[in-house]
Design a protein around this ligand. Structure first.
Ligand SMILES: [Ca+2]
Ligand SMILES: [Ca+2]
Length: 91
């Protein structure tokens, strides 16, 4: 079959969408090293707790790690910006 290459046909985001994604990514990358670790996510959810008291129920620490593993395609334990974008594009 022609036209199907590697099967990674990702959804194309508009520039405005990418800007929002980038903002969200840097919002979650709390230590600013360019990748989201479970520690970053824990810090991020901690800072949301005063606003969303129930968030701990939805984002227990164990779930955070599972979430990362799901998104972390190269298995380095962190979510890079590329992985973050592919996760969103995959929806
Ligand atoms: Ca980080
Ligand atoms: Ca990774």
């Amino acid at each position: 079959m022609a036209g199907s290459q590697s099967g990674t046909m990702a959804h194309r985001f508009t520039e405005a969408e990418l800007r929002t994604i980038k903002e969200l990514f840097s919002e979650l990358d709390k230590d600013g090293d360019g990748a989201i670790s479970s520690q970053d996510l824990a810090t991020a959810t901690d800072s949301l707790k005063p606003l969303v008291p129930d968030i701990g129920r939805f984002f227990a620490d164990k779930m955070l790690e599972e979430l990362i593993q799901e998104i972390d395609t190269d298995k380095d334990g962190k979510v890079s910006y590329d992985e973050f974008v592919s996760m969103l594009a995959d929806k």
